[in-house]
Ligand binder design. Structure first.
Ligand SMILES: C[S@@+](CC[C@H](N)C(=O)[O-])C[C@H]1O[C@@H](n2cnc3c(N)ncnc32)[C@H](O)[C@@H]1O
Length: 273
């Protein structure tokens, strides 16, 4: 199952070179890149950098915080937190090519001293118990069948009383998901929880849910905009198609329909350990 997920996301071992070439083709000077230049490709979730900053605003972060990012992808959310809050972030991700690209991209923008990325399964996260000041996960559990182990790992790694911020795609009430979508080309690696199940899972792992924030309407507006821009002028030069491939425009159209028909919902949970 893990390798199916890695195959879905991580076809290329040369991903950072591909991103660098795409940035250069878009007129960016490779020697003067900023994290904002990377945001169209490295914030790999609905509503991008804005959604990461919204989540960060709930996480009680200081410059001294050490944050765990479960399913850190290309490292965009980790770099956004490190830059915005001055904290340190450790990410863990199942897809090796993403971890390698995340490390390279952090170097490009001068954040390597504050973020690091570990290749591995977040469900068995190899971290010291009670060693993190905050934890987050953004658009990851859609691929996680063993959700109990995933959330238990987050709880174990977090210091008591600290915040675990979750922002994920959930199963809506409007019917089954239309595939392909950015996290799966078919149902075999898609494991969506309903909002009711999420509350059970988080409580079962030892979290108290302090806020539940449904952003489905904002997500629909965001994906409509993405799909409309692609229909007009094709995928952006530095975008998710660099790793999702030629399916991405179809995935975006499906996401508009999935969100409009409430087949999926996007929801954030601010939880206290
Ligand atoms: C849609 S991407 C989101 C990446 C990142 N959180 C972001 O928002 O930019 C989903 C990521 O979850 C990772 N993933 C899926 N299952 C995982 C698991 N069990 N442990 C660690 N990473 C996992 C995938 O490799 C992929 O990088």
């Amino acid at each position: 199952m893990s390798s199916d997920i890695e195959t879905h996301y991580g076809g290329s071992s040369e991903l950072s070179a591909r991103i660098r070439d795409a940035l250069a083709a878009a007129g960016k000077d490779p020697a003067r890149l900023t994290s904002a230049d990377l945001a169209t490709v490295d914030e790999f979730h609905i509503r991008g950098r804005q959604a990461t900053l919204e989540l960060a605003s709930h996480m009680e972060l200081t410059r001294d915080s050490h944050v765990l990012d479960l399913g850190s992808g290309l490292g965009g959310p980790a770099r956004t937190l490190a830059e915005a809050c001055g904290c340190r972030v450790t990410g863990i991700d199942l897809t090796r090519s993403f971890c390698d690209a995340a490390a390279a991209m952090s170097d490009w923008v001068g954040l390597s001293d504050r973020v690091r990325f570990v290749h591995g399964d977040a469900a068995g996260a190899p971290f010291e118990p009670a060693s993190f000041d905050a934890a987050m996960t953004i658009h990851v559990a859609m691929n996680v069948a063993a959700k109990d182990a995933f959330y238990a790992g987050a709880r174990r790694a977090l210091k008591p009383g600290r915040i675990f911020a979750v922002y994920d795609v959930l199963q809506g009430e409007g019917g089954p998901v239309l595939f392909p979508v950015p996290w799966a080309r078919d149902a075999s690696i898609s494991h969506l929880a309903t909002p009711a199940r999420m509350r059970e899972l988080l409580a079962g792992a030892g979290f108290r849910i302090e806020e539940e924030i449904d952003s489905t309407q904002a997500s629909l507006a965001w994906f409509k905009d993405v799909a409309a821009r692609m229909a007009q002028s094709g995928p952006p030069p530095v975008g998710f198609q660099l790793f999702l491939g030629a399916d991405f425009p179809q995935m975006a159209r499906n996401q508009v329909q999935n969100l409009a028909e409430k087949r999926i919902r996007t929801v954030a949970y601010i939880c206290r350990a």
